[in-house]
Design a protein around this ligand. Structure first.
Ligand code: MN
Length: 132
C-alpha cells in the first residue's frame, strides 16, 4: 500500500457486490478518495481476482447468487494467496446472530448497507489501522 498526500492511505480495494447501485456508489466513493478499485459481481470471479491482484482490502457482500459471502470469506481465508487480506462484510444484515455468523466465517469487520456516504471512507480507513 502506498501512502499518498497527508494522512490518506491509498489502497487497492476489491468490491464483490451483485447490486449495481451499491457497487456504483462504492466505486465512486473509493475512486474519488484515490483508491484503486477492483469489482466483481459474483464470489467466484471475486475470489479469482483476489488471488491474481492481492488487494489490500476486500469488501464482500453476504447475499450473492452462487457462492454466498460467508462461504466466499471461508475460501479466501483458507487460501495461501488471500488468507492475510482483511475482508469486510458489506451487508444489510446486522442483527446479533448475523454478526456472529460473519465473524465465524473469518470476516475482519463489516460495513452496513445502505452505504453511509459520510462514514464510508472512514470505515474503509479503519481496516488499515493496527488492532482494529
Ligand atoms: Mn447482494
Amino acid at each position: 500500500m502506498a501512502t499518498g498526500s497527508g494522512d490518506v492511505k491509498m489502497a487497492k480495494v476489491l468490491v464483490i457486490e451483485d447490486n449495481p447501485a451499491n457497487m456504483k456508489l462504492a466505486r465512486f466513493l473509493l475512486d474519488k478518495a484515490g483508491h484503486t478499485v477492483l469489482l466483481a459481481d459474483r464470489a467466484e470471479a471475486g475470489i479469482a481476482l483476489a488471488q491474481d491482484e492481492r488487494p489490500d482490502l476486500i469488501l464482500l457482500d453476504i447475499q450473492l447468487p452462487g457462492t454466498d459471502g460467508l462461504a466466499a470469506a471461508r475460501l479466501l481465508k483458507a487460501h495461501v494467496r488471500t488468507s492475510d487480506i482483511p475482508i469486510f462484510a458489506f451487508t444489510g444484515l446486522a442483527m446479533k446472530g448475523d454478526r456472529e455468523k460473519i465473524f465465524a466465517s473469518g470476516f475482519d469487520g463489516y460495513i452496513t448497507k445502505p452505504i453511509d456516504v459520510s462514514l464510508f471512507l472512514e470505515q474503509i480507513a479503519g481496516a488499515f489501522k493496527p488492532g482494529s
